[in-house]
Ligand binder design. Sequence first.
Ligand code: ZN
Ligand code: ZN
Length: 382
Amino acid sequence: MFILCFAVASILLEGLFVRLPVVPKGENANERIGVIHVHTKASDGSGTVADVMAAAEGANLSFIAITDHNVAITEDELAEDPPDLPIISGVEIGTRAGHFLALGIPPSWQQPKTNDDRELLAAAGAVGAFRVLAHPFHPHTPWTDWNTSDFDGMEIWNEDAAWRQNNFFDLMDALLLYGENSQLALVRLASTPDDNFAKWDEILQQRPVAGICAADTHARIRLAFGHDWRFPGYVPSLKVAREHVLLPPGAGNGNPALASAAELVDALRKGHSFCGLDSLYPADGFSFHVTSANASGGPGDFLPWKESARLQISTPPGTSIPLIKVFRNGREFASEQTRTLDEPIPGPGRYRTEVFLPQPGFSGLRAWTLWVFTNPVYVTAQ
Ligand SMILES: [Zn+2]
Ligand SMILES: [Zn+2]
């Protein structure tokens, strides 16, 4: 009993004294920071579109993708969209093989009345949607049809699936922390999605597929007897895993801060983005590039291989020293505790990175926690 009381008191004290950084509005000219995969009352979320937009502003986002189950957002709801915080119109489509997101779907789009994943993927593709497999390794609703290649992206990190992977004690720790320090509680529940990374690397051997992180925010857990618990709330949830979209200088008619939802979807589809678990530390300004001869490219870009090609990574200042891992064709090729990396690369291949920071606070035991992952840079043989 004494040990239990001591453990609870320690966790509560930690919640009071560990302060994580404020998650700011991104200020880099070509980088828009947003959250993908959010539910509203139109399906099983607890808030209206207006509530979600207010939370998105509170979480300092610069775009949001609303994806209710089997119901597309309407024209009227999209009108809640200010120019500096566009809504990506989306839907989460349930199929017999699992769920996928259709992003950039026309408002009020009616999906075919079938649960056949191939038909639904084709229908969403026919109207130009960016199709992303949702929580492919979720414990209850995984994706099961790996024989189709008719999709454009996959969720590598899904917050809802990630927190469910914790054991009972970790969940209790986070629940105790949540009331006084929601940011720390949700950071504690982060886990590295090894299955997702492995499957992504396997698919990337065949073709480029964009990897993104998703919140899957409902701001609701259904309890017994028709009761709900609003956990985790919209604002805390929208601060955790944010997709940083890298836009070309011409976006937004020369002002990328005003890039449209369509331009954001286009960049996401091309893999011009990286994910940051910004609650741990804001990843704004993180940079991952390959230079080869006179050309330079970041996530999603293709470059021809030259002998002198180098890979360069720089991380935002202010963190403890991160652990940077670089993968070439799915195999780890560098692993170093450093703030910057500048190394020759051994040949053509797909290069992507995963970057880790230690958990804050004493009960986090400084465990390495996934902080950033990028889409690959594709270095092609001449
Ligand atoms: Zn789902
Ligand atoms: Zn969902």
